[in-house]
Design a protein. Structure first.
Length: 137
């Protein structure tokens, strides 16, 4: 891997963590949305990350993180009996998303810290490259 490959790896990780933060924010924003049917109820989403290694292709120094997919959680939706709610179905139930706010907050903290660590790795690499360039002066 070339010296500049560190920026590719950290850049792809920054992009992946940014997507993770956006998905987490969307999950939190929809945590208390109400629906009258199971089909129309919001389901929590999660990104699936994968390592990207193109070691045997044209560019042997390309590596990083890629998002394979964004999947919906298969956890059960919450049902609550509220016959006075205008969104209640014929039996008086409303449906709430399967978003666990505690898990989502932990995901947000983890994604934020990963983002910060990758920014720090890029800054450190930049400083080391600049110091290397100054050696020739």
């Amino acid at each position: 891997m070339s010296l500049l490959g560190v920026f590719d790896v950290s850049g792809s990780a920054l992009s992946a963590q940014s997507v993770r933060l956006n998905i987490t924010a969307s999950n939190l924003a929809n945590a208390e949305t109400v629906s009258s049917s199971i089909e129309n109820t919001y389901r929590a989403r999660n990104p699936i990350f994968a390592t990207q290694l193109d070691m045997f292709r044209d560019n042997p120094s390309r590596a990083g993180v890629q998002i394979k997919a964004i999947v919906e959680s298969q956890a059960e939706l919450r049902m609550r009996y509220e016959p006075e709610n205008p969104m209640a179905n014929e039996q008086g139930y409303i449906f709430l998303p399967n978003v666990n706010t505690i898990e989502e907050m932990a995901n947000m903290i983890s994604a934020s810290r990963s983002y910060q660590n990758n920014v720090e790795a890029m800054n450190t690499s930049k400083q080391l490259l600049m110091a290397t360039l100054r050696l020739g002066q």
